[in-house]
Design a protein around this ligand. Structure first.
Ligand code: ADP
Length: 365
């Protein structure tokens, strides 16, 4: 998860997503259409959102100025990621379907002993698709999506972090059904930094725990679902209090051979390939690479044709090369082999062991 991705959070409304006509895709089982989720969305909210493409939900919570700031900071975007854009991870998709998607589709079933999980944690090495999955869930369910990093919740003034956290959940309720996605949630538990930083994060965490505890109550009384999805590359840094509330813990591993093939194919959807490109061979050579590493390989390989074409040419000559000519240059097997050679895997075997150990102790299946 890059710093840029962390900062670029987003909130997008259910009706906005649904107005694009997305339908729920099947995730290894029978699923209904996103339209069903609409039944749970306040119709006035939907109307407004469809009219101007932006959600105009009335916010009656505390500290409206902080809520406005939060809403502005976490940009108004449609995640626009489909299930099919996420390669592999069928087990993770299945668990997300049961823990997040179905409770949003049929809240009346998920009552009492079947109450939804308070929070769902996705953990695993960086670049394996955790953020992508969160966006796919929100897009395909047609819910509001609030994508926030812990740094957006850290206020400058005494007490501001707690107020921001409270506002986040109040905003989420106003826009419900909502998925709140908190990236790098482990950073809340960090004990590093100055004494004041530590104190701020301790208070922020306490408020977050209170808000997570309150999620169930609001779900059962108003029928409006707010679901917490969190992600981390350092599950071991999450302390017990927070871990207990993140009741479902889904391991997002590195892609295996089949998933690497799928991932490469997804990446090359719109790219011209030369005869002789052997995706199986690329997948074989990239054991230990993350989804992000593989995407980088495909990008790098796809630039090679252009590099060959312009090599040694002055800029004036390059300007005259037709765009269509450039687009037609196919990516060759040599381009892939060169890229694999150049780009090294970013995840170490120590990282994998650390995740697998945590999974065997605390993970859900
Ligand atoms: P994480 O949140 O686990 O660090 P991201 O979801 O941000 O990783 O993934 C980073 C990028 O890597 C994505 O934008 C995508 O290009 C690629 N990627 C990673 N995993 C997958 C996957 N399973 N399917 C498709 N693309 C993936």
């Amino acid at each position: 998860i890059t710093a840029q991705q962390q900062m670029g959070g987003g909130i997008s409304s259910a009706a906005q997503v649904n107005s694009y006509g997305n339908t729920m895709q099947q995730v290894g089982g029978e699923l209904n259409s996103a339209a069903q989720v609409n039944n749970n969305v306040n119709s006035a909210q939907q109307e407004n959102a469809v009219k101007d493409g932006k959600s105009k939900v009335k916010y009656n919570g505390s500290h409206p100025e902080l809520a406005a700031r939060l809403q502005k900071e976490i940009l108004d975007t449609n995640p626009g990621v489909k299930w099919d854009d996420v390669a592999g991870l069928s087990e993770a998709k299945r668990i997300l379907q049961e823990t997040v998607v179905l409770p949003l589709l049929m809240p009346e079933y998920f009552q009492g002993i079947r109450r939804p999980w308070r929070g769902v944690l996705m953990f695993g090495p960086p670049g394996t698709g955790k953020t992508l999955l969160a966006k796919a869930v929100a897009t395909e369910c047609g819910t509001t999506f609030m994508n926030i990093s812990c740094s957006s919740l850290c206020g400058k003034w005494y007490g501001e972090s707690e107020r921001l956290t409270r506002c986040l959940f109040e905003l989420a309720r106003a826009h419900a059904p909502t998925i709140i996605f908190i990236d790098e949630i482990d950073s809340l538990c960090s004990t590093r930094g100055s004494a004041t930083e530590h104190e701020t994060s301790r208070r922020l965490k306490s408020e977050l725990l209170v808000q997570i505890d309150g999620l169930n109550n609001s779900n059962s009384t108003s029928g409006k679902m707010v679901t917490l999805l969190a992600a981390t590359n350092f599950p071991g840094n999450i302390d017990e209090a927070l871990r207990r509330r993140l009741e479902k813990r889904i391991y997002i591993p590195l892609p295996d051979f089949e998933n690497r093939k799928e991932l490469i194919r997804i990446n090359l959807k719109s790219i011209e390939l030369a005869p002789g490109v052997d995706i199986e061979q690329v997948a074989q050579k990239t054991e230990g690479y993350s989804g992000d590493d593989l995407t980088n390989i495909c990008r790098d390989a796809s630039f090679n044709g252009m590099r060959r074409k312009i090599a040694g040419k002055p800029i004036d000559e390059i300007k005259n090369i037709m765009k269509s000519e450039m687009l037609k240059i196919p990516v060759t097997m040599e381009d892939f082999l060169e890229a694999v050679d150049k780009i090294k895997p970013t995840v170490s075997s120590g990282d994998i062991q650390r995740h697998e150990k945590w999974y065997s102790e605390f993970g859900s299946s």
